[in-house]
Design a protein around this ligand. Structure first.
Ligand SMILES: Nc1ncnc2c1ncn2[C@@H]1O[C@H](COP(=O)(O)OP(=O)(O)OP(=O)(O)O)[C@@H](O)[C@H]1O
Length: 371
């Protein structure tokens, strides 16, 4: 299923003008506060009638201003998960979940038992929302949305109200949701780490427009997207496979950029992972450094150099089949005479690992590993 969105809408002092397609998987709408993410979600949900536009899920048109089509929200069959779970306090978890099914059309769809298992909420079924943690409540809210057999799940910053520990608890379930159901997810976030971990497609919004769109891995390693993503948070995502557990406690991950050695990643051999390398955790060297504690040094080649307006610069490197971003100062870029085609070495100071979107085991919280 693919969601196609084309929208124009004006508020006083703000114009939204966007066009994008969200294929299967999780499409993240990323952007700074006020860039228009919630306005897009509200238009898709039918809570806002835009000045102009068309929204369709495959052949089903939800909105077409030119043809005067505008399905009311309840006929769009969308599951909505907000920042706060909005569960019914007087109903048990089980009754809250079944409430979602109440409005679902007949026909095949997710079974209660499967949803309960996927979200790990079996032990909570007889409890009422009042006694649940924020993360547990969100898992129930996701289950309720799924059981309504939605065409599409809309998630507006579902983790924003949670502390880091609760976020870490819920992320693996969102990964399962993305990988194990065929329901496309439109997910609003302003956290690059969250987007890097979850998104299959990334739509970067800026001042009401789409600044970049594409497969998340490509957009995240595009130096041109760094200003919109924020230089502190920008970084690339690599695919990796766990290929060895060494006797000294280090884990070997195979990537097309080379082998990575990390402190123990407690997963079975063959596990597929996403590895996130923040641009600020990469050092660029002209020669292979020696006498250095970093374990992960990858041969690479400069692809592009992106100079900012200030003292910073971002360099895009190709290592094997992967693109890696490194953040450095303009002065260092000049001292190293970095230019496209130059062979260099990427020294990785730290790497984060998460479950990949290829399936496989659940890793639990994102592991931030210093290599
Ligand atoms: N009902 C409204 N009336 C007038 N202006 C609005 C209305 N809703 C949103 N806006 C304006 O539209 C712009 C985009 O808002 P929107 O909530 O879509 O941004 P956002 O990217 O979701 O931001 P945040 O991350 O803070 O939620 C903002 O300038 C906001 O003030």
């Amino acid at each position: 299923m693919t969601l196609a969105v084309s929208l124009r809408h004006g508020f006083a002092g703000f114009t939204l003008d966007v066009e994008f397609a969200a294929p299967a998987g999780l499409t993240a709408l990323f952007g700074h506060s006020g860039s228009g993410k919630t306005t897009v979600i509200n238009a898709v949900a039918g809570l806002l009638a835009p000045d102009a536009g068309r929204i369709a899920v495959d052949d089903l048109v939800l909105l077409d201003r030119a043809r005067r089509i505008a399905l009311p929200p309840h006929r769009r069959r969308l599951g909505y998960v907000f920042q706060d779970a909005r569960l019914f306090p007087h109903l048990t978890v089980r009754q809250n979940l079944l409430y979602g099914r109440w409005f679902a059309p007949r026909g095949p769809g997710a079974a209660l038992a499967d949803v309960v298992e996927m979200l790990g909420i079996g032990a909570l079924l007889q409890r009422r929302p009042g006694g649940l943690s924020g993360g547990e409540k969100q898992r129930v809210a996701i289950g309720r949305a799924l059981l309504s057999k939605p065409r599409l799940l809309l998630m507006d910053e579902p983790l924003a109200a949670l502390d880091e520990e609760r976020k870490a608890e819920i992320l693996p379930y969102l990964e399962r949701l993305r990988d194990e159901t065929s329901v496309p997810i439109l997910y609003v976030s302003h956290s690059v780490a969250e987007v890097a971990r979850l998104a299959t497609t990334l739509v970067v919004m800026e001042a009401g427009r789409v600044q970049r769109i594409g497969p998340a891995r490509e957009v995240l390693s595009d130096p041109g997207a760094v200003p919109a993503l924020g230089p502190r948070e920008a970084g690339s995502v690599l695919r990796a496979r766990l290929v060895g557990q060494d006797a000294d406690g280090l884990t070997r991950l195979e990537t097309s950029a080379g082998m990575l050695l990390l402190p123990k990643v407690d997963l079975p051999l063959g596990a597929e992972l996403r590895v996130r390398i923040a641009a600020q955790d990469v050092i660029v060297a002209r020669q292979r450094p020696e006498g250095i504690s970093a374990l992960n040094i990858l041969p690479a080649e400069v692809v592009a150099l992106h100079l900012g307006s200030g003292p910073g610069a971002v360099v895009q490197l190709r290592a094997g089949g992967e693109l890696i971003l490194a953040r450095l100062t303009r002065r260092s870029a000049e001292a190293l005479a970095l230019a496209p085609g130059l062979p260099v070495f990427a020294v990785l100071k730290s790497v984060a690992v998460a479950q990949s979107d290829v399936g496989g085991a659940i890793t639990g919280p994102e592991l931030l590993l210093h290599s």
